[in-house]
Design a protein around this ligand. Structure first.
Ligand code: 5GP
Ligand code: ZN
Length: 119
């Protein structure tokens, strides 16, 4: 699966800083930035800098990088002071799941209680 930048991909453009975003963490291979339309008090997206269309293709091609997303998501939770209270990690995969941006990303959602179940 191609990992080259996709000129039509909005998250590739955020990675290259062609589109602005509120970046909260960065490593050599990952970037974390605030979701433009937050669904919780803390809503951060963690992406690989390389382009993969979803978590499954990322994990198949580069398991180490897939794991790095989880490590960074945990660091975001700690930075945002939601590690103790709890948070959700969500990888939407495919249209029926509501995936709208086809560049792998994990949502870090917290700062509130999620009592209503998964859907
Ligand atoms: P998906 O539904 O694909 O899992 O989530 C994509 C997320 O990307 C949505 O929550 C949406 O609000 C967010 N998003 C879309 N475009 C932009 C953008 O230009 N900047 C930022 N920061 N977030 C975006
Ligand atoms: Zn991309």
């Amino acid at each position: 699966m191609a990992d080259l930048p996709d000129p039509d991909c909005i998250f590739c453009k955020i990675v290259t800083r062609d589109i602005p975003a509120t970046v909260v963490r960065e490593t050599d291979r990952t970037l974390a930035f605030r979701d433009i339309n937050p669904q919780a008090p803390t809503h951060v997206l963690v992406v690989p800098k390389a382009h993969y269309p979803n978590a499954a293709t990322l994990a198949a091609a580069d398991p180490e990088l897939a794991a790095a997303l989880l490590t960074e998501a945990a660091e975001v939770a700690a930075d945002e002071k939601i590690a103790e209270s709890g948070y959700r990690l969500i990888f939407n995969t495919g249209a029926a799941a509501g995936q709208t941006v086809y560049h792998a990303h994990v949502h870090v959602l917290g700062g509130q209680a999620f009592h209503e179940g998964l859907v």
